[in-house]
Design a protein around this ligand. Structure first.
Ligand SMILES: [Fe+2]
Ligand SMILES: [Fe+2]
Length: 246
């Protein structure tokens, strides 16, 4: 089965070097004709080269890898919006300008029925130690995502795969959205209990809207295979939010 899109949630390179961007671009070109899009991660802007970091943080990203940092795609009833949470001012934590992200989110809210948003830095995490890696203004972002009827929020950054409903971390936000943090698909920086992986995401709009996420782990034979546990499956409620089902 061929996916409609391969979405890469940032940290394409280790140190934003030309050779690393070129290798990533070659990898993406190999996936053609599948549509691919990557949002930048904090590792895709220079860390130690301070003049470059402050004056032209995305120069390598644009020169050697991809022309856009943010974009929106429509697949029938489904929209996918990639947003840039990296900042030249901060390395670990991300942030989003509400003013900048509001227009594309409002567009997706009007023009699609299921709305996927991809942000490098996560809105939630499994382990307390990763709290420092979350989006800095996450409460306001959660409110705006709910207001613009976001359904699925995809992130990367911490390499620790996780799927949860937003109501757990943001009980004050009325809409229950699906939050997913991807593992690292190809880097050697894996976390305990989480080998290299990616998420296979199936979205169905119909009488019942459903979203299913299957984690594909790298097996000993070098192939990515569905993990033993059941996929995370969600059903859209009458009220518009999501609930889990088996
Ligand atoms: Fe990152
Ligand atoms: Fe990362």
């Amino acid at each position: 089965m061929t996916p409609d899109m391969v979405l890469i949630s940032g940290d394409i390179t280790q140190r934003a070097r030309r050779s690393q961007f070129l290798a990533a671009r070659a990898f993406m070109e190999n996936l053609k004709p599948i549509l691919t899009f990557a949002i930048p991660g904090n590792h895709d802007i220079p860390l130690e080269n301070l003049p470059l970091r402050f004056f032209a943080p995305y120069r390598g990203f644009h020169r050697y890898f991809q022309s856009r940092r943010e974009a929106q795609f429509m697949f029938g009833d489904v929209s996918v919006t990639g947003l840039n949470s990296t900042s030249r001012w901060r390395h670990v934590q991300g942030e989003l300008s509400l003013q900048r992200i509001r227009p594309p989110l409002e567009r997706s809210s009007k023009e699609s029925r299921i709305r996927v948003v991809s942000i490098h830095h996560p809105m939630d995490c499994a382990k307390h130690v990763d709290e420092k890696n979350l989006i800095k203004n996450r409460d306001e972002v959660a409110q705006l995502l709910a207001e613009t009827k976001t359904d699925l929020i995809l992130s990367g950054h911490i390499h620790d795969p996780y799927v949860e409903l937003s109501t757990q971390r943001y009980p004050e936000v009325q809409r229950s959205m699906i939050i997913s943090v991807a593992g690292t698909s190809l880097s050697s920086r894996t976390r305990a209990g989480a080998p290299n992986s990616f998420n296979w995401i199936e979205i169905a709009a119909g009488t019942h809207d459903t979203i299913q996420l299957t984690r594909m782990d790298l097996a000993a034979d070098g192939e990515f295979k569905p993990v033993e546990k059941k996929p995370d499956r969600f059903l859209k409620k009458e009220s518009g939010g999501w609930s889990r089902f088996d």
